[in-house]
Design a protein around this ligand. Structure first.
Ligand SMILES: [Zn+2]
Length: 246
């Protein structure tokens, strides 16, 4: 890791829904999206950004619960974040840092499989989630982990190589993760930007905490891209595949 932190996409299931569920003005055609987690390996420790779908879905499609009205899931035991980490010789029971972009089910679904992680979440997100906002599922993330709430950019290792980046709008406390290594700057956007094309077409989901705020976050990401950063959106199959390693 002399070149700085490495970044690997972990494929942690897929969801299919009608396009209009996720794209404002979209059709009723099916849209199939990957649910990635991301492994960032720093010489001082491992970071996992988001955790994919609930492992229980591998045995029980009913684990989708209230979301089954809108989504169908594809998930095998090998797609769980724990299994994917194992593929890369990372012990899911070991110490690590989990940075959560936000607390929607398809980003926190695998957190239960990482029992000894320290969780880093934006204070606004954690605050709303604790007060029982209806878009969150407390049983997926309020599991007794050591939780560090942050307000603004948080430098995980003190060397500027892995830094959280507030990108609110999709949810009130959404954050992305900015990684700097010998390849330059890479930003894991989470749901601040679903797809690569979203950066330019700005077509957001029909739902969101504050869509104007999300557009400002998108503009920030676009500026970073125009300065040379690699942007890895939250549900873009090509972006995920570009970072998968075997
Ligand atoms: Zn989301």
């Amino acid at each position: 890791m002399n070149g700085g932190p490495t970044i690997t996409a972990l494929e942690c299931g897929w969801l299919t829904t009608q396009e209009r569920t996720l794209v404002d003005g979209g059709s009723t055609d099916p849209l199939r999206i990957p649910i990635p987690a991301w492994l960032v390996r720093h010489q001082q420790g491992d970071v996992v950004f988001d955790t994919g779908l609930m492992p229980a879905l591998a045995d029980d499609p009913g684990a989708l619960g209230r979301y089954a009205k809108y989504f169908s899931a594809e998930m095998t035991a090998g797609d769980s974040v724990a299994a994917r980490l194992g593929d890369h010789d990372v012990d899911p029971d070991g110490s690590m840092t989990v940075v959560l972009s936000h607390l929607h089910f398809d980003h926190v679904g695998g957190l239960s499989a990482l029992p000894n992680a320290r969780v880093v979440v934006h204070a606004d997100e954690w605050g709303v989630a604790q007060s029982g906002d209806g878009t969150y599922d407390r049983e997926l993330y309020d599991l007794g982990h050591d939780v560090l709430t942050v307000d603004g950019a948080h430098d995980l290792f003190g060397d500027g190589s892995v830094v959280t980046m507030p990108t609110p709008g999709h949810t009130c406390g959404h954050q992305s993760l900015r990684i700097t290594n010998d390849d330059g700057v890479t930003i894991l956007t989470g749901d601040a930007c679903y797809f690569t094309h979203t950066l330019d077409d700005e077509i957001l989901p029909p739902f969101g905490h504050d869509l104007d705020q999300q557009r400002r976050s998108l503009a920030l990401l676009r500026t970073e891209r125009d300065r040379g950063a690699r942007i890895l959106p939250g549900h873009d199959a090509a972006a995920m595949r570009s970072m998968q390693r075997t």
